[in-house]
Design a protein around this ligand. Sequence first.
Ligand code: CUA
Length: 420
Amino acid sequence: MNTLPRRRIGRFYAPLALAVGLGLLGSALFGSALGQDVKQSLSVFDTSSGYIRETTTLVIWGLVFAALIFIGTSAALFYTVFKFREDKNTAEPAQFHGNNRLEITLIAAPVVIVMVLGLLTVRTMARTIPTPTAAIPLNAVAAQFYWNFEYPNEKVTAPATGLVTNGNELIVPVKTPIAVTATSRDVIHGFWAPNLGGQRDAIPSVKKTWQIDTNSPGVYQGNCTLLCGASHANMRFKVIALPQADFDQFVSAAKGYQAPAPAANSPEAVGYGIFMQGKDGAGACAACHRVQGTPALGQSGPDLSFFGTRRTLGAGKWEGKDVDANLYQWLRASSSIKPGSVMPHYDGSTPNYPALTNAEFMGLIAYLKSLKLPTGGNYWNQIEALVPNAPVPAPQGATAQSVTVPPTTAQTEPAPTGGN
Ligand code: CUA
């Protein structure tokens, strides 16, 4: 039985609860790593974004009017209370009915305030809704639990088809509005990179377009903002904002990119075979993933064309050195380390999917790591050189030997039941 007196509990826990509450509020507003090795600098007050500047101005106008109304009504209240105190007013008060001037003022003032706020809102909307001529179009396609970012204006020019696409790492130019069109392949997700603008839902079969932008080159964190399943919190993305010239370099490198063909009998060739055809004809990665310039055109998983250039894994669940620490287990049994991941297991626990040998896993890893943009298009290197204190994750290791090979018996979670 708990014998602690109530007041002591209150005295101890109330400040603690307050501190925790303020801490959570602080993390929500200003960003925090919450114990994970994820570098980020989140802020909804980042005035590098024109969208945020416009909406903040509108909020300030709203607050100014609210303050004026508060001060005005408080002043009138206190004036009345003190002026008409009974002990100062012994005579009978003046008897009259109605006060036309006061009534008209009390109707006119709110009407004017609402009209001014309405006009300011329309002005903000006009300034933040992207115009087709000025904004760069971008598709943000969400699915459990990753993002694909497609550039509809940038068709691949290499002997391959499709649009320039990257999974979970979004590259944008600075000082240009981006017209993001969000949609989803399954449930409702939410797109939000707080430093670049507002949050929007990504809804199946609905296309919503709005604007994001920033003036400051840097690396910004994005997150899924609507509860969409077990790994909702592991559905993140990075935004890498580059000066126009560097962005153009990325786009031209990406348009001309063709995945390298592996040398015969190399580990990459082993991985390539499994990726494209599967093992004994089953479990090909290409059924779900696209790799530009190869027969892999799958659309129900993140695009892997630039996997070797990326510095995040599992839709931003891991970054930097954690990519190599988790890549092997990720391929072997993804949902054992990312809850709800729908990628089949390759340890024999998913029906109709083959168990891969260690050499085959290492081959797949070697192949994935070989999928690199040419040096000029490496957006991480560009931003690292340009903004030395940006939260840039460390690059993944160049070879399959840098990954952590987990013990072979670590089958802890049940495998997903479906295909894909
Ligand atoms: Cu996707 Cu939450």
